[in-house]
Design a protein around this ligand. Structure first.
Ligand code: SAM
Length: 276
């Protein structure tokens, strides 16, 4: 299957991303650095968005390259790195499908955090295999709620995801759009796709997710608008009306104006290129 990239997919979401999206497990950067023996070596974060994973990996590596086809995301990523005071990062505008022609060098670790599903997965995995050093690691990262034990929260009510989806239905229709097309997740699991590549079937590891995230009404609003299917441009002239309805909904559901956001544990699919 060949996918053509839609440049409007995440348009308008970048400014909301770092504020609105829950972070991955605190243990993730050290875990990846250890698995890939990253010290003094290079990592590539594909679909890096605002540098979520790339910036956290930088202190563990000689250099981290963040690749994304969305210029607004890369501008956010550069600001994020500057705020954190890390300089051994490079931001490259491009698609995963172009990795074979970008001349980025070789890597000990290649990560995709909630981005592999946007790509032409099987072909991209094969290109990544060639970019990895012997023994190098491919890591597919995401939040996993299903089947994970829910921890005890800090006391605020959970984010009312179902009510928010119903509000989105009212404003945007029940069919989720993203960019110019319709938002869908691929039916085939990443594990099954990788099994057909030279990587073979990956190993799954879960790292403890954050159980203590408390979000304000405005944080939840940022979370909603960080989603490709709720990007501000999709609302056209109804954006203010939607935001007002969302604020009213959230305020009615939490007198303190705070919400517990449990994103689940951080799931990592690990695939390794053999040493020889
Ligand atoms: C859900 S965001 C994840 C951002 C970041 N990795 C994180 O975990 O916070 C998905 C990112 O994938 C990027 N993306 C979409 N299609 C892509 C492609 N074909 N190649 C590389 N990145 C792509 C988007 O621009 C977006 O920044």
């Amino acid at each position: 299957m060949t996918l053509s990239y839609d440049p409007t997919l995440f348009r308008g979401t970048a400014a909301f991303y770092l504020r609105g999206r829950p972070p991955y497990s605190r243990a993730l950067p050290e875990f990846l650095a250890r698995e890939a023996d990253l010290r003094g070596r290079r990592a590539l974060d594909v679909g890096c968005g605002p540098g979520t994973v790339a910036v956290d990996l930088a202190p563990h590596a000689a250099e981290v390259v963040g690749l994304d086809p969305d210029g607004e995301m890369l501008a956010e990523a550069a600001r994020h790195a500057e705020r954190r005071g890390v300089g051994n990062l490079r931001w490259v505008l491009g698609r995963a499908e172009d990795l074979g022609t970008l001349d980025l060098g070789r890597f000990a670790l290649v990560t995709f955090a909630q981005s592999f599903h946007w790509t032409d997965r099987e072909a991209v995995a094969e290109v990544v295999y060639d970019l990895l050093e012997p023994g190098g690691v491919l890591a597919l990262i995401g939040h996993e709620v299903n089947g994970r034990p829910q921890p005890v929260g800090p006391g605020s009510p959970p984010i009312p995801h179902e009510a928010i989806q119903a509000l989105l239905d009212r404003h945007l229709g029940a069919k989720r759009r993203a960019g110019q097309g319709v938002w869908t997740l691929p039916a085939e699991r990443h594990e099954d796709v990788l099994e057909r590549t030279r990587f073979g079937r990956p190993e799954t590891v879960y790292l403890d997710g954050r159980s203590d995230l408390v979000q304000s009404v405005e944080d939840v609003l940022a979370n909603v608008h960080s989603m490709s299917y709720a990007a501000p441009p999709l609302f056209r002239d109804r954006l203010e009306a939607f935001d007002a309805d969302l604020r009213a909904l959230l305020t009615s559901m939490s007198p303190s104006g705070t919400f517990w956001d449990w994103p689940g544990d951080t799931g990592v699919l690990l695939a390794r290129k053999p040493n020889t």
